[in-house]
Design a protein around this ligand. Sequence first.
Ligand code: MN
Length: 260
Amino acid sequence: MTGSLVDFHCHLDLFPDFERLVGECDRERVYTLAVTTTPRAWERNRDLCGPTSHVRAALGLHPHLMAEHWREFDLWERHLHETRYVGEVGLDASPRHFRSLDRQKDVFRRVLAACAAAGGRTLSVHSVRAATAVLNMVEEHLPRERGTVVLHWFSGSAIEAKRAVALGCWFSVNGRMLRTDRGVRLLRSLPKDRLLMETDGPFVEDAGRTLRPVDTAFTLEALATALDWDVEHCRRQILANLRTLVGPSSLVSGSSRLSA
Ligand code: MN
Protein backbone atom coordinates (compact mmCIF):
# COMPACT_ATOMS: atom_id res chain seq x y z
CA MET A 1 0.00 0.00 0.00
CA THR A 2 1.33 3.43 -0.82
CA GLY A 3 -0.54 5.80 1.44
CA SER A 4 -2.48 6.06 4.67
CA LEU A 5 -6.07 4.87 4.91
CA VAL A 6 -8.94 5.43 7.32
CA ASP A 7 -11.24 2.88 8.97
CA PHE A 8 -13.45 4.88 11.27
CA HIS A 9 -15.58 1.98 12.49
CA CYS A 10 -14.07 -1.42 13.14
CA HIS A 11 -14.60 -3.87 16.01
CA LEU A 12 -10.95 -4.81 16.41
CA ASP A 13 -11.60 -6.55 19.73
CA LEU A 14 -14.00 -9.03 18.13
CA PHE A 15 -11.29 -10.45 15.86
CA PRO A 16 -9.48 -13.53 17.21
CA ASP A 17 -6.14 -11.77 16.65
CA PHE A 18 -7.08 -8.43 18.23
CA GLU A 19 -3.59 -7.56 19.44
CA ARG A 20 -1.93 -8.43 16.15
CA LEU A 21 -4.54 -6.43 14.28
CA VAL A 22 -3.80 -3.31 16.32
CA GLY A 23 -0.15 -3.68 15.28
CA GLU A 24 -1.19 -4.24 11.67
CA CYS A 25 -3.14 -0.96 11.61
CA ASP A 26 -0.04 0.90 12.78
CA ARG A 27 2.29 -0.89 10.39
CA GLU A 28 0.00 -0.46 7.38
CA ARG A 29 -0.86 3.11 8.37
CA VAL A 30 -4.60 2.69 8.65
CA TYR A 31 -6.06 5.28 11.00
CA THR A 32 -8.58 3.14 12.81
CA LEU A 33 -11.32 3.83 15.29
CA ALA A 34 -11.68 0.69 17.39
CA VAL A 35 -15.32 0.79 18.40
CA THR A 36 -16.54 -1.37 21.28
CA THR A 37 -19.91 -2.85 22.15
CA THR A 38 -19.73 -2.83 25.95
CA PRO A 39 -17.87 -0.67 28.46
CA ARG A 40 -16.56 -3.89 30.00
CA ALA A 41 -14.24 -4.07 26.97
CA TRP A 42 -13.05 -0.51 27.41
CA GLU A 43 -9.94 -0.89 29.56
CA ARG A 44 -8.31 -3.52 27.35
CA ASN A 45 -9.07 -1.52 24.21
CA ARG A 46 -7.79 1.69 25.77
CA ASP A 47 -4.59 0.03 26.97
CA LEU A 48 -3.84 -1.70 23.66
CA CYS A 49 -4.72 1.21 21.37
CA GLY A 50 -3.45 4.08 23.52
CA PRO A 51 0.28 3.64 22.78
CA THR A 52 -0.21 3.28 19.01
CA SER A 53 0.08 6.06 16.45
CA HIS A 54 -2.88 5.03 14.27
CA VAL A 55 -5.50 3.38 16.47
CA ARG A 56 -7.87 4.90 18.98
CA ALA A 57 -10.46 3.15 21.08
CA ALA A 58 -14.05 4.34 21.35
CA LEU A 59 -16.20 3.74 24.41
CA GLY A 60 -19.32 1.89 23.31
CA LEU A 61 -22.72 0.65 24.38
CA HIS A 62 -24.19 -1.14 21.38
CA PRO A 63 -27.96 -0.92 20.75
CA HIS A 64 -28.12 -4.67 20.04
CA LEU A 65 -27.09 -5.35 23.63
CA MET A 66 -29.51 -2.98 25.31
CA ALA A 67 -32.23 -5.54 26.03
CA GLU A 68 -29.86 -7.26 28.48
CA HIS A 69 -27.02 -4.86 29.17
CA TRP A 70 -28.64 -1.45 29.66
CA ARG A 71 -27.41 -1.32 33.24
CA GLU A 72 -23.88 -0.95 31.90
CA PHE A 73 -24.62 2.70 31.20
CA ASP A 74 -23.22 3.55 34.64
CA LEU A 75 -19.92 1.86 33.83
CA TRP A 76 -19.90 3.53 30.41
CA GLU A 77 -20.37 6.92 32.04
CA ARG A 78 -17.59 6.33 34.55
CA HIS A 79 -15.08 5.93 31.70
CA LEU A 80 -16.27 8.82 29.56
CA HIS A 81 -13.65 11.26 30.86
CA GLU A 82 -10.91 8.92 29.56
CA THR A 83 -11.68 9.29 25.86
CA ARG A 84 -12.81 11.68 23.17
CA TYR A 85 -14.26 8.83 21.06
CA VAL A 86 -17.62 7.21 21.76
CA GLY A 87 -19.13 4.24 19.93
CA GLU A 88 -20.70 2.12 18.94
CA VAL A 89 -23.88 3.71 20.24
CA GLY A 90 -27.26 4.47 18.66
CA LEU A 91 -30.57 2.85 17.80
CA ASP A 92 -31.72 -0.21 15.84
CA ALA A 93 -35.40 -0.54 14.99
CA SER A 94 -35.07 -3.60 12.77
CA PRO A 95 -37.44 -6.48 13.65
CA ARG A 96 -34.90 -8.37 15.71
CA HIS A 97 -34.24 -5.45 18.04
CA PHE A 98 -37.50 -3.57 17.91
CA ARG A 99 -38.65 -4.90 21.27
CA SER A 100 -35.80 -3.17 23.09
CA LEU A 101 -36.29 0.12 21.26
CA ASP A 102 -37.66 2.02 24.28
CA ARG A 103 -34.72 0.83 26.34
CA GLN A 104 -32.32 1.72 23.51
CA LYS A 105 -33.77 5.22 23.34
CA ASP A 106 -33.50 5.69 27.07
CA VAL A 107 -29.81 4.67 27.01
CA PHE A 108 -28.98 6.64 23.85
CA ARG A 109 -30.59 9.76 25.34
CA ARG A 110 -28.39 9.41 28.42
CA VAL A 111 -25.31 8.82 26.24
CA LEU A 112 -26.01 11.98 24.23
CA ALA A 113 -26.69 14.04 27.34
CA ALA A 114 -23.47 12.83 28.98
CA CYS A 115 -21.50 13.66 25.83
CA ALA A 116 -23.12 17.10 25.64
CA ALA A 117 -22.20 17.77 29.27
CA ALA A 118 -18.62 16.57 28.77
CA GLY A 119 -18.13 18.32 25.40
CA GLY A 120 -15.61 17.53 22.67
CA ARG A 121 -16.65 13.95 21.97
CA THR A 122 -16.86 12.29 18.53
CA LEU A 123 -19.52 9.58 18.32
CA SER A 124 -19.78 6.64 15.90
CA VAL A 125 -23.54 6.13 15.67
CA HIS A 126 -25.66 3.18 14.49
CA SER A 127 -29.05 4.12 13.01
CA VAL A 128 -30.51 1.03 11.29
CA ARG A 129 -34.18 1.64 10.46
CA ALA A 130 -34.04 4.45 12.97
CA ALA A 131 -32.40 7.39 11.20
CA THR A 132 -35.19 9.84 11.98
CA ALA A 133 -35.34 8.79 15.63
CA VAL A 134 -31.55 9.12 15.92
CA LEU A 135 -31.59 12.56 14.31
CA ASN A 136 -34.46 13.71 16.53
CA MET A 137 -32.48 12.71 19.59
CA VAL A 138 -29.22 14.21 18.36
CA GLU A 139 -31.04 17.46 17.62
CA GLU A 140 -32.59 17.51 21.07
CA HIS A 141 -29.72 16.30 23.24
CA LEU A 142 -26.38 16.97 21.55
CA PRO A 143 -25.92 20.57 20.38
CA ARG A 144 -23.54 20.79 17.46
CA GLU A 145 -20.92 22.72 19.40
CA ARG A 146 -20.88 20.05 22.13
CA GLY A 147 -19.99 17.01 20.03
CA THR A 148 -19.77 15.49 16.55
CA VAL A 149 -21.86 12.60 15.27
CA VAL A 150 -20.45 10.28 12.61
CA LEU A 151 -23.27 8.18 11.18
CA HIS A 152 -21.85 4.73 10.58
CA TRP A 153 -23.10 2.75 7.54
CA PHE A 154 -25.98 5.19 7.05
CA SER A 155 -28.98 3.65 5.31
CA GLY A 156 -31.63 6.30 5.75
CA SER A 157 -33.57 8.11 3.05
CA ALA A 158 -32.40 11.05 0.98
CA ILE A 159 -34.50 13.36 3.14
CA GLU A 160 -33.00 11.93 6.32
CA ALA A 161 -29.51 12.33 4.86
CA LYS A 162 -30.20 15.97 4.08
CA ARG A 163 -31.40 16.57 7.60
CA ALA A 164 -28.33 14.78 9.02
CA VAL A 165 -26.09 17.08 7.00
CA ALA A 166 -27.98 20.14 8.27
CA LEU A 167 -27.47 18.92 11.84
CA GLY A 168 -23.71 18.71 11.27
CA CYS A 169 -23.40 14.93 11.04
CA TRP A 170 -20.56 13.13 9.28
CA PHE A 171 -20.72 9.79 7.47
CA SER A 172 -18.40 6.79 7.59
CA VAL A 173 -18.97 5.02 4.30
CA ASN A 174 -19.07 1.26 4.23
CA GLY A 175 -18.14 -0.56 1.03
CA ARG A 176 -21.51 -2.30 1.09
CA MET A 177 -23.27 1.06 0.71
CA LEU A 178 -21.59 1.46 -2.66
CA ARG A 179 -22.91 -1.78 -4.12
CA THR A 180 -26.40 -0.45 -4.78
CA ASP A 181 -27.57 2.41 -6.97
CA ARG A 182 -29.43 3.80 -4.00
CA GLY A 183 -26.24 3.83 -1.94
CA VAL A 184 -24.25 5.51 -4.69
CA ARG A 185 -26.97 8.15 -5.18
CA LEU A 186 -26.97 8.80 -1.45
CA LEU A 187 -23.18 9.08 -1.37
CA ARG A 188 -23.18 11.59 -4.21
CA SER A 189 -25.67 13.77 -2.34
CA LEU A 190 -23.42 14.07 0.73
CA PRO A 191 -20.90 16.86 1.29
CA LYS A 192 -17.53 15.42 0.33
CA ASP A 193 -15.83 17.11 3.26
CA ARG A 194 -17.92 15.06 5.72
CA LEU A 195 -16.95 11.62 4.44
CA LEU A 196 -14.84 8.95 6.13
CA MET A 197 -14.53 5.22 5.40
CA GLU A 198 -15.17 2.11 7.49
CA THR A 199 -15.19 -1.67 7.32
CA ASP A 200 -17.41 -2.59 10.32
CA GLY A 201 -15.25 -5.70 10.54
CA PRO A 202 -15.59 -8.45 11.57
CA PHE A 203 -19.29 -8.19 10.73
CA VAL A 204 -18.67 -7.81 7.02
CA GLU A 205 -17.25 -10.42 4.70
CA ASP A 206 -16.16 -10.15 1.13
CA ALA A 207 -15.27 -13.15 -1.03
CA GLY A 208 -15.52 -15.35 2.06
CA ARG A 209 -13.02 -13.28 4.01
CA THR A 210 -13.69 -11.06 7.04
CA LEU A 211 -12.85 -7.45 6.28
CA ARG A 212 -9.96 -5.89 8.21
CA PRO A 213 -8.95 -2.21 8.35
CA VAL A 214 -6.40 -2.67 5.53
CA ASP A 215 -9.32 -3.61 3.29
CA THR A 216 -10.39 0.03 3.24
CA ALA A 217 -8.00 0.04 0.26
CA PHE A 218 -10.88 -1.59 -1.63
CA THR A 219 -13.45 0.72 -0.05
CA LEU A 220 -11.35 3.61 -1.29
CA GLU A 221 -11.40 2.28 -4.85
CA ALA A 222 -15.17 1.78 -4.72
CA LEU A 223 -15.63 5.25 -3.27
CA ALA A 224 -13.46 6.85 -5.96
CA THR A 225 -15.38 4.98 -8.66
CA ALA A 226 -18.75 6.00 -7.22
CA LEU A 227 -17.67 9.64 -7.09
CA ASP A 228 -15.92 9.45 -10.44
CA TRP A 229 -12.74 10.66 -8.75
CA ASP A 230 -9.11 9.69 -9.05
CA VAL A 231 -8.23 7.22 -6.25
CA GLU A 232 -5.36 9.31 -4.90
CA HIS A 233 -7.49 12.46 -4.89
CA CYS A 234 -10.15 10.54 -2.98
CA ARG A 235 -7.62 9.22 -0.45
CA ARG A 236 -6.32 12.74 0.20
CA GLN A 237 -9.84 14.06 0.68
CA ILE A 238 -10.63 11.36 3.26
CA LEU A 239 -7.40 12.03 5.14
CA ALA A 240 -8.04 15.77 5.07
CA ASN A 241 -11.52 15.10 6.43
CA LEU A 242 -10.11 12.99 9.26
CA ARG A 243 -7.66 15.77 10.08
CA THR A 244 -10.52 18.28 10.20
CA LEU A 245 -12.54 16.00 12.43
CA VAL A 246 -9.88 15.15 14.99
CA GLY A 247 -8.09 18.49 14.99
CA PRO A 248 -4.87 19.84 13.53
CA SER A 249 -2.73 19.08 16.55
CA SER A 250 -3.12 15.37 16.44
CA LEU A 251 -3.04 13.50 13.22
CA VAL A 252 -1.66 12.54 9.85
CA SER A 253 0.99 15.21 9.64
CA GLY A 254 2.94 16.72 12.49
CA SER A 255 2.92 14.36 15.42
CA SER A 256 1.07 11.79 13.30
CA ARG A 257 -0.99 10.57 16.20
CA LEU A 258 -4.71 10.36 16.76
CA SER A 259 -5.07 12.21 20.05
CA ALA A 260 -6.55 10.21 22.88
MN1 MN B 1 -20.49 -1.90 14.11
